[in-house]
Design a protein around this ligand. Structure first.
Ligand code: ZN
Length: 105
């Protein structure tokens, strides 16, 4: 007579506890992967954000998209973009827009 759970895939465990532990390991490994990709995304975002901050740029947010917009705005402005005082970075996409922003400083 098997001591394993009904849903056990291998049915080769020495105790019901071993069976549960094996099942949990399988569940965790599956559950970890979306978290891991979220973690990798966050890590990428924070790396880009940290790099921008070291250059004196203040993006509107910590996502790569916001950081890239802030970097583009900084290049157009000829100075580090600052979300606290500048208009949305998505508006500062060329030198003409940048000139207007700099003139109203
Ligand atoms: Zn089992």
């Amino acid at each position: 007579m098997s001591i394993c759970r009904t849903g056990c895939a291998t049915k080769d465990h020495d105790s019901y506890a071993d069976c549960l532990i094996a099942a949990n390991v399988t569940v965790s490994a599956t559950a970890v992967s979306p978290l891991k990709s979220m973690y990798e995304k966050t890590k990428t975002d924070l790396t880009a954000y940290g790099s921008a901050r070291r250059n004196g740029i203040q993006p509107e947010g910590t996502t790569v998209e916001k950081v890239r917009q802030a970097e583009t705005a900084s290049r157009a402005l000829g100075r580090p973009y600052n979300a606290n005082v500048d208009p949305p970075a998505s508006m500062i996409v060329n030198k003409n827009a940048a000139r207007f922003v700099n003139a109203t400083d």
